[in-house]
Design a protein around this ligand. Structure first.
Ligand code: AVJ
Length: 326
């Protein structure tokens, strides 16, 4: 209702609880235990993520913003986009880096943010509606790996940009990237682009601290998934009995984030009628954050029927942005 008041349409996927139940059942009844990272992001988790982005060790957000600030105007000129679909838009804090130059050039007519966090989106929309008068804003609460089909619909003519920023692609395993690129391809016509932000492979001495900040914000964010499960599925996780861990996997070129049980324990998940046993030191893999090389992006794009149109990175090669087209 708050969104309607500012003229923003909101489409919400109804099956959130069932999806969480299925993911928890599957992820915690197998070895090694895993949980998908999307369940971090309730209202508190989204706030914690925004706080991570402010930590001195967490460079990706600042690096991407700097790169987009530099590229923005030329990009807007080159793309002349009328529509921006932003996947994983979160609280849309960086969206203006892309939207402002398009708006200033007068081409922007429609903005479609897509995110699993309804609260983050609801908080951001009034500000965006005011910043871009006359631009149609249609928000979708949804998982970017699931239903992209409703986004195929076009209400404005002209080039479309699908933006997937923040290196969220790093959460996806290679087969998931393939499926994702395939789904995005269906959203693109000739002349449209996927604007992708990706963190790049670099020394673990830089990457690891980014996922284990001294203030403990990332640790708190990681434990948030336990609080979400406790609340939504009537579970009794004791977050004090799990430690946060972030380690660089050099073979797979990714950070692996885990919650590790400090002692043996049994956790009851009442809504699922499930008891989960943890051995001392047993872990739950809660997130992977892959770091990329240009050839890895290009290879996965080409396999999914996309072509790499442009590649940009900052001076020391810490962070990159690319344009993919069909
Ligand atoms: C939102 C997936 C891009 O992988 O860097 C940050 C999430 N997790 N710190 C990332 C995250 C812990 C973030 N992404």
């Amino acid at each position: 209702a708050a969104l309607e008041a500012v003229g923003v349409e909101l489409h919400a996927a109804p099956e959130t609880w069932t999806a969480l139940a299925a993911d928890v059942l599957e992820g915690l009844s197998t070895t090694p235990k895993t949980l998908p990272p999307k369940w971090f992001y309730d209202a508190r988790g989204s706030e914690l993520f925004d706080a991570i982005c402010e930590q001195p060790e967490y460079y990706p957000t600042r690096r991407e913003a700097a790169l987009l600030r530099t590229l923005g105007p030329a990009l807007a000129g080159e793309l002349g986009a009328t529509e921006v679909i932003e996947l994983g838009s979160g609280s849309s804090t960086k969206s203006p880096l892309l939207l402002d130059p398009l708006h200033q050039r007068g081409t922007l007519r429609r903005y479609v943010p897509v995110d699993v966090s309804a609260s983050a989106m609801e908080a951001a929309m009034p500000g965006l509606a005011a910043r871009y008068p006359g631009v149609e804003i249609t928000a979708h609460v949804s998982d970017f790996t699931a239903g992209l089909a409703p986004l195929r619909e076009r209400t404005v003519d002209g080039p479309r940009v699908v933006a997937f920023l923040g290196s969220t692609i790093g959460n996806l395993q290679p087969p998931e990237v393939h499926a994702f690129f395939g789904a995005v391809r269906e959203l693109l016509a000739p002349g449209d682009v996927l604007l992708l932000g990706h963190d790049l492979v670099k020394s673990p001495s830089i990457v690891e601290p980014a996922y284990d900040d001294a203030a403990g914000v990332t640790a708190d964010f990681n434990r948030n998934v336990l609080r979400v499960i406790n609340r939504e599925l009537q579970a009794d996780f004791d977050e004090e009995r799990f430690t946060h861990e972030a380690t660089w996997n050099p073979m797979l070129e990714r950070i692996e984030i885990r919650l590790r049980a400090t002692e043996p324990q049994v956790v009851r998940i009442a809504s699922l009628g499930l008891e989960v046993t943890f051995l001392e030191g047993e872990s739950i893999l809660t997130e992977i954050s892959r770091k990329f090389r240009p050839e890895v992006i290009e290879r996965s794009a080409v396999r999914a029927g996309l072509a790499l149109r442009a590649w940009y990175e900052d001076a020391d090669g810490w962070y990159g942005v690319s344009l993919l087209e069909r």
